[in-house]
Write a protein that binds this ligand. Structure first.
Ligand code: 0O2
Length: 202
């Protein structure tokens, strides 16, 4: 398989989506209002992990592009939980892509302790062969959720998905602590934002 050629439109989509989402952040900044976006990252799934995921789930090569929905992935990281839903609402009103699936792993956290809001979108990319509509995943989460997910992801990689029970239970506790942190920060949100406005003006 010519992976480079297959993944080229996905690479372009990730770059375009990063520009667009970072543009939202800049616009909030120019208007001197609180930005619901802290930062934006993106990646094309590495070939090795595409192959591994396809093997694990018995996905045939010719359906990889429809069955693996996160070949293109962008991540929006927010300060507060409410910001996540502000972004979700804003993404709903956009006309440059359509949302085909949403998973709220904040209201329904995963057994692992994972929390995040996921959107699968259909995104049109202009290629040298014409328009190609690809699937992309947008993950929206708080800084605390991101901290937890990044660490859990590293541990899963280290233990090849077979986490020792002790590590699993620590991760469960860490997940609850991250959730509590988000709750506590939300309660003093207006104070934090006021402080950050003053800081910005200086
Ligand atoms: P990577 O290495 O990040 O690319 P589904 O078929 O809907 O049950 P699917 O397709 O895996 O499952 O979708 P889901 O559950 O929305 O997860 C997609 C991505 O979300 C994952 O991609 C991870 O990035 C992230 N994710 C989901 N669950 C967890 C979790 O328990 N811990 C962490 N750290 N991340 C999670 P990949 O391909 O698994 O991994």
């Amino acid at each position: 398989m010519n992976w480079e050629a297959i993944l080229a439109p996905y690479k372009q989509a990730v770059e375009e989506l990063k520009v667009k989402l970072r543009g939202m952040r800049l616009q909030f900044e120019f208007e001197s209002s609180h930005s619901p976006i802290e930062f934006v990252t993106g990646r094309v799934k590495p070939i090795q992990s595409i192959v591994e995921k396809a093997e694990l789930r018995n996905i045939e090569k010719d359906v990889i592009e429809t069955e693996i929905q996160d070949l293109a992935g962008v991540r929006v990281v927010c300060q507060f939980v409410d910001d996540i839903y502000t972004i979700v609402d804003m993404l709903h009103s956009r006309s440059d892509f359509s949302i085909i699936e949403e998973k709220d792993y904040i209201l329904n956290k995963k057994d692992s302790g994972y929390r995040s809001y996921h959107m699968i979108i259909e995104y049109p990319v202009e290629t040298i062969h014409g328009k190609k509509i690809i699937l992309a995943e947008i993950q929206i989460r708080t800084l605390a959720m991101n901290f937890w997910a990044t660490n859990e992801h590293s541990l899963n990689y280290k233990y090849e998905g077979k986490l020792p029970v002790e590590v699993q239970s620590r991760l469960q506790r860490a997940s609850e602590a991250a959730f509590k942190l988000d709750e506590e920060m939300s309660k003093i949100r207006s104070e934090i934002q006021e402080a950050q406005r003053i800081f910005h003006r200086k």
